[in-house]
Write a protein of this length. Structure first.
Length: 275
């Protein structure tokens, strides 16, 4: 029963851990398949730009599928520390839940990276999908790229979530957005936009070069996205809930529905959601 709210949201954190693990395992398998040494894809699609486009689209599709899945229904499918922090800064997630989310995401990323080892030499040739500054580009360019792409992620996410008629299509944003971002930006930094996505393969590959960029860049981009909505004419826009889909489901009462007369926080009936 949704009216029974356990003190500790184990289900939310468990779903976030599994969702992040799936994103890393499946999403970085796509990276390895498209760019790993000896991959059939390199022969079938010799143009690296086209392979970047395909990779970004598939990576975003995996994220979208997680959002609409039962895992996303339970946790909101943040699967990215900066998304969690953005919702917190927008006042849609209480601060006491943020550490549990971030720890779940990092643990999920590590777990999801373990299956990447089965790619063997093909995976090792691309460091199991680890993100590093691109050849010929320094840390400054990589930092700028991570900042810009994460800003686009947060701004696009809030643009969809602010509108009741549009927010049901939020997951559809990710395949297109990541296809464009990976195509344009990945030569600079690898287009992480997600510290957890970078952390997992760094652990299994031992590749920690310029690791701080993939925390600092997304953090700055996220802050710029939040500032856009909080301290500009867009501040009147209301982000109602810290979820990407399944907006009416809130088993633990933590996702930030506005308190309504005669109801408790997060008590909006699920049948009223606009999924």
């Amino acid at each position: 029963m949704d009216n029974v709210r356990p003190v500790f949201p184990w289900g939310v954190y468990g779903a976030e851990l599994v969702g992040t693990a799936l994103l890393v395992a499946a999403g970085l398998s796509v990276v390895i398949l498209d760019f790993g040494a000896g991959s059939l894809m390199i022969r079938l699609v010799p143009d690296a730009g086209l392979r970047r486009l395909i990779t970004g689209f598939l990576f975003g599709t995996i994220g979208a599928l997680i959002a609409i899945s039962p895992l996303g229904k339970e946790s909101g499918a943040h699967i990215n520390p900066v998304v969690t922090l953005a919702f917190w800064l927008m006042g849609k997630l209480k601060g006491r839940y943020v550490p549990g989310y971030v720890l779940s995401q990092l643990a999920g990323a590590m777990i999801g990276s373990v299956p990447l080892l089965f790619w063997g030499q093909m995976g090792r040739s691309v460091k199991f999908g680890a993100t590093v500054p691109g050849a010929g580009y320094g840390t400054g360019w990589a930092m700028a790229g991570e900042t810009a792409t994460t800003f686009c992620l947060i701004a696009g996410l809030f643009f969809f979530l602010r509108h009741h008629r549009l927010r049901r299509y939020t997951p559809a944003l990710f395949p297109i957005l990541y296809a464009v971002m990976v195509f344009v930006e990945s030569p600079l930094s690898g287009t992480s936009t997600n510290p957890a996505r970078t952390f997992g393969p760094a652990v299994v590959s031992g590749e920690w070069h310029a690791w701080w960029i993939y925390w600092a860049g997304p953090a700055v981009g996220m802050l710029l996205g939040v500032l856009l909505y909080r301290y500009s004419p867009l501040r009147a826009i209301e982000i109602e809930v810290a979820k990407l889909y399944h907006f009416g489901h809130d088993r633990y009462g933590i996702f930030g529905f506005r308190k309504q007369e005669g109801t408790g926080y997060g008590s909006r009936p699920e049948q009223q959601s606009d999924e």
